[in-house]
Design a protein around this ligand. Sequence first.
Ligand SMILES: NC(=O)c1ccc[n+]([C@@H]2O[C@H](COP(=O)([O-])OP(=O)(O)OC[C@H]3O[C@@H](n4cnc5c(N)ncnc54)[C@H](O)[C@@H]3O)[C@@H](O)[C@H]2O)c1
Length: 427
Amino acid sequence: MFEIKKICCIGAGYVGGPTCSVIAHMCPEIRVTVVDVNESRINAWNSPTLPIYEPGLKEVVESCRGKNLFFSTDIDDAIKEADLVFISVLSNPEFLAEGTAIKDLKNPDRVLIGGDETPEGQRAVQALCAVYEHWVPREKILTTNTWSSELSKLAANAFLAQRISSINSISALCEATGADVEEVATAIGMDQRIGNKFLKASVGFGGSCFQKDVLNLVYLCEALNLPEVARYWQQVIDMNDYQRRRFASRIIDSLFNTVTDKKIAILGFAFKKDTGDTRESSSIYISKYLMDEGAHLHIYDPKVPREQIVVDLSHPGVSEDDQVSRLVTISKDPYEACDGAHAVVICTEWDMFKELDYERIHKKMLKPAFIFDGRRVLDGLHNELQTIGFQIETIGKKVSSKRIPYAPSGEIPKFSLQDPPNKKPRV
Ligand SMILES: NC(=O)c1ccc[n+]([C@@H]2O[C@H](COP(=O)([O-])OP(=O)(O)OC[C@H]3O[C@@H](n4cnc5c(N)ncnc54)[C@H](O)[C@@H]3O)[C@@H](O)[C@H]2O)c1
């Protein structure tokens, strides 16, 4: 059988970098070269500070970089020398999830390889199978035709996104009825036919793949004259947009119907924890809606560089003119972000947000001090936080507490204002 000795991977991003690092780590006799047009990205891969954050990645890269793993901008040479080029005749979709990429790559649920049904196509499929067989049991390596493989990738992401939109739709109902979406998720998740994964209600999904892949499916369906199927999947995206707008509206409504010139701390900018990736992050959209209302945002994320936040928020679809320079400050730590704020908005489920000194934060905030938990990370702390004096609003649950009346001076006015002003929802 044709044996692969040299692999070239085009694209040293979130997929190419970790995937090829793990292949090199697992297959010491294969020389793996990852190439990219982006020179600074390649330089970072060759430096002690890798261009992406992923738990366990640094160790894997350092174990084989310079031995059988190389990062280069010399694309033509790497392609010429290679026995296999990722992005070639085969479809080999990667199912890694950011934040757990190394774990997923070392111990995948399945590896999917699609190829032409011609003898050459099948030879290529078998050669790639042999690479993965270095560490993946054969029964987990599926081979299909190219279309099945391509569609499986889209369908897998569409099903995952659909589960999030489904539980998010239930979260809206929970807030309206008094149910708790976490309790509902636990109850339905114990049904083995449903299962308990991907039932976490939140401020909406993000990341580079979900939206793109669902829209890709919608486009395919439209192009193939399947409008009912297209509409069905489009709704997954529409529900995600609705959830983001709904959360932003709730912040504005709770802050007495205006956030103009109010300081709001945004905790978390990555689209999920354990990654510095911000593509399609719900934080961007929440920030946009709040900026549109004139709020001053103080943003903190433990892994997203300052410049990235500014680039994301300066995108023409997100802000205009000098909105970002007028309204956005990037904070170096969460306490600085919350200092003097009217509200804290948690957009990413970083573990560190559960361990903050909320007493210290409360002391420095304007009163009444609000926390909007878009990720349900503070569920176990509600009593404690309310005792400190916080007003807590969270996804998919009414947190029962007396609404503290608005008092610009910090004093509690005598008249009662227990219910929020009557206002049509903004969504
Ligand atoms: N991020 C994920 O978890 C994930 C998982 C599975 C699949 N995918 C898919 O894999 C693809 C890549 O995703 P990513 O997250 O790694 O993106 P990325 O933007 O992080 O990386 C892509 C890299 O390719 C480089 N590049 C672009 N054109 C090039 C060219 N002509 N020659 C050489 N290099 C070039 C870019 O400079 C960039 O560094 C996307 O289609 C994505 O949807 C992503």
